[in-house]
Design a protein around this ligand. Sequence first.
Ligand code: MN3
Length: 202
Amino acid sequence: MPYELPPLPYAYDALEPHIDAETMRLHHGKHHQAYVDNLNNAIAGTEWDGRPLEQVLDNLDLIPEDKRAAIRNNGGGHANHSLFWEAMSPDGGGAPDGELATAIADTFGDLDELKRQMVDAGLKRFGSGWSWLAHDGTGLVVVSTPNQDTPLMDGHTPLLGIDVWEHAYYLRYQNRRADWLGAFWNVVNWPRVAQQLAAARG
Ligand code: MN3
């Protein structure tokens, strides 16, 4: 069973004006599709074909060396974008509640400090990568990863990732990554982030 591009859970123009429809169309339909296709091509014929992606990405050292880089980059790309689409919503923004709000307050003091740390992590990521809120097994952490690396590769649970590849923002924001990182909070889907936290805590 090959990996598949998940349908976008809203229309391409649903996140306007914060993310433009053309960016969404290319990002989902071309970039993410390419990660899926390249992952399927790389993993075909290995014992890892069809395994849960989280399991593959947490065991990269066991992948045949000639396939490892392609599976790392494209498997990571598939996992990262699958969560990214769900972690945004046309009804997003605002503030989290419940256990997620409590965890953020306990770890960061308040939501503004979490945002500040994630924006900072995204701005400091040289080149392409992601800014993350993750659960490391004991609590919440903000980290950034290069390329399509994911906290899954460290056995951690990604709760929320912001894509800072230029393809995520360049059409609307050009070189202004800080503007993209600021606008993102208008579409963040906190209930979906809370689901990830609940899963991480088992
Ligand atoms: Mn991307």
